[in-house]
Design a protein around this ligand. Structure first.
Ligand SMILES: Cc1cc2nc3c(=O)[nH]c(=O)nc-3n(C[C@H](O)[C@H](O)[C@H](O)COP(=O)(O)OP(=O)(O)OC[C@H]3O[C@@H](n4cnc5c(N)ncnc54)[C@H](O)[C@@H]3O)c2cc1C
Length: 294
């Protein structure tokens, strides 16, 4: 393919979903990928994950059927079975894909996800994270982001725009096709903000959830999605970052996307405590059971 046929893909949001989409888009060949992140750094809520990633673990006598049944049971009737099956069937390939992204030489990965524990709701140990290093836990979410960020930024035909918030999707005149995004760029030194349009052949929304804004209103005065879909949780403490404000949901809605399961929020009854390991400590809500059972 010649450079003239080169396509541009915009990915909105630099968490694990965004970095994955960006790498996969790049790997299609002759595609310029622009990753747009509204925060100073990429990482999103993905940076906060500490328990690990679930995948069928044959070493623990785990099976496809056990993982499917555990997930359906935990979902208590609200799961879509076809999606559960997809999740389970793609869990091991997803884990392998992550490890592969860390290869410095073919077959020599630097990412180790062999520490496996049994978390709540699982009948077998299948939650994978990095083994401790020098007696200190390695925060798995941070490690995954670091791995994928290194991989993506090693490519030539890419751009990473941080401090850049996607405000709107731009459509063609028939309002059928999304042809780009309107962004608000912030200069971190002067705080000056400028609007700009960026055009692309495809736009991928990976801008996360909406549980980081727990008040009734967002900082810009709009009512929060939480107040719309889970008003009972307004002003409840959250483990999400403030960036999880539902921008992607609103962007999708603006071009006619449909929503589903918006009232289904993961609410975790946790108490604050610290896991100590030498001088290193982490705050452990969902990670806590996995550290206990490991
Ligand atoms: C404390 C905590 C612990 C967790 N532990 C685990 C765990 O152990 N295992 C597990 O599987 N899951 C865990 N989760 C859930 C998991 O982290 C999330 O499901 C996952 O990170 C979501 O990834 P994402 O890429 O969709 O979103 P995110 O990682 O949140 O990324 C979205 C990104 O989009 C950016 N963005 C949003 N709007 C815009 C915009 N308008 N313009 C530009 N950028 C925008 C955000 O700033 C953010 O960086 C945990 C979550 C939390 C909060």
């Amino acid at each position: 393919m010649s450079m003239s046929q080169q396509k541009t893909v915009i990915v909105v949001g630099g968490g694990l979903a965004g970095l994955t989409a960006a790498i996969e888009a790049h790997d299609q060949g002759n595609i310029k990928v622009i990753l747009i992140e509204k925060e100073k750094n990429i990482g999103g809520n993905s940076m906060k994950a500490t328990s690990g990633i679930n995948a069928i673990e044959p070493l623990n006598n785990d099976s496809r059927d056990a993982f499917i049944q555990d997930t359906l049971k935990s979902g208590a009737g609200i799961c879509r079975e076809d999606l559960v099956i997809k999740l389970v069937d793609e869990s091991r390939p997803a884990l392998n894909w992550l490890v592969k992204q860390s290869e410095v030489e073919p077959g020599q990965p630097t990412l180790d996800l062999t520490a496996v524990s049994r978390c709540g709701g699982h009948s077998h140990g299948r939650t994978h994270r990095c083994p401790a290093q020098n007696g200190r836990p390695v925060p798995v979410g941070w490690k995954l982001i670091d791995t994928l960020k290194k991989k993506f930024t090693s490519f030539e035909n890419i751009e990473v725009l941080t401090n850049t918030r996607v405000l709107n999707l731009i459509t063609d005149t028939d309002q059928i096709k999304v042809i780009g995004v309107e962004v608000l760029k912030k200069n971190p030194e002067t705080e000056e903000e400028t609007k700009e349009n960026i055009h692309a052949n495809a736009v991928v929304l990976t801008s996360g959830g909406f549980a980081g804004q727990t008040g009734k209103y967002l900082p810009d005065g709009k009512s929060s999605l939480l107040s719309e879909f889970a008003p009972q949780l307004i002003d409840t403490a959250t483990t999400n970052g403030p960036w999880a404000s539902g921008d992607g949901v609103r962007l999708g809605l603006s071009v006619g996307a449909e929503m589903r399961d918006m009232v289904t929020l993961f609410f975790f009854f946790f108490f604050f405590f610290f896991v100590f390991s030498n001088q290193f400590y982490i705050l452990g809500p969902s990670s806590s059971p996995s550290y206990w059972f490991h």
